[in-house]
Design a binder for this molecule. Structure first.
Ligand code: ADP
Ligand code: MG
Length: 226
């Protein structure tokens, strides 16, 4: 079943001689439960695509349809609520709030929405992510791998249907990278989520169901690998 689709998605930055066409007529369709790796050279438009899929930037033209909703036709406020509930983001540099504990960071999306956390599920997340003993620590008191596990927890806290990760292991050593990817794969399977990961790591791309290659703002290859 399709969960996400783009229609002639275009994004350009700047004007006249400084104009950059970061994405040119991108058409992709992604099914629920798929694990998609996005690869391509630096500057090819990968992050731009991910941001547009997650509703954090707006396209120059074209559409992003998630669960039959044309997300950029929503009002600003509706879009931010939609984003919080449907999409979980994981970034290379974790983007945790430094003055909040691991647990508070993890609960952030729910708190922003005045939602009561499902305690059982949150405890389960802390256990799966192996951060229970660190729940009251600040990000600065955690290792890179632990910080990334907290940020995965934050992405999963709302049980979103789509997880978007922009080079989530780009800042980690190979042992931690392996753990992070295993955790992401495990949780998306368990909760039947769709996972889209930008990566330079061939070992990660190899584990995906599908690999989309972007070159110069265009989908150069789109291969189902398993
Ligand atoms: P990637 O993630 O594949 O490295 P990006 O999506 O970040 O690529 O960038 C694609 C192109 O768009 C690059 O040429 C980049 O310089 C340009 N770009 C990205 N963000 C901006 C911005 N905010 N303003 C101007 N140009 C940008
Ligand atoms: Mg990028």
């Amino acid at each position: 079943m399709e969960i996400l689709r783009t229609i002639d998605l275009c994004k350009s930055y700047g004007k006249n001689e400084t104009k950059v066409e970061a994405l040119k007529n991108v058409n992709i369709s992604i099914n629920q439960g798929e694990f998609v790796a996005v690869v391509g050279p630096s500057g090819s438009g990968k992050s731009t695509l991910l941001h547009l899929l997650g509703g954090v930037d707006s396209p120059t033209s074209g559409k992003v349809i998630i669960d039959d909703t044309d997300i950029y036709s929503l009002k600003e406020r509706e879009l931010s609520i939609f984003r919080r509930r449907k999409v979980g983001f994981v970034f290379q540099f974790y983007n945790l709030i430094p003055v909040l504990t691991a647990e508070e960071n993890l609960l952030m999306p729910l708190l922003l929405d005045n939602k009561k956390p499902d305690i059982k599920y949150i405890e389960e997340l802390l256990t799966i992510l192996n951060i229970k003993e660190r729940r009251h620590h600040l990000p600065s008191q955690l290792s890179g791998g632990q910080q990334q596990r907290v940020s995965i927890g934050r992405a999963l806290a709302y049980k979103p249907s789509i997880i978007l990760a922009d080079e989530p292991t780009g800042n980690l050593d190979s042992k931690n990278s392996k753990e992070i990817i295993e955790l992401l794969r495990y949780s998306v399977k368990k909760f039947n989520q769709t996972l889209i990961v930008i990566t330079h790591d061939l070992n990660i791309a190899k584990q995906a169901d599908r690999v989309i290659s972007i070159e110069d703002g265009i989908i150069a290859k789109d291969e189902v690998v398993r």
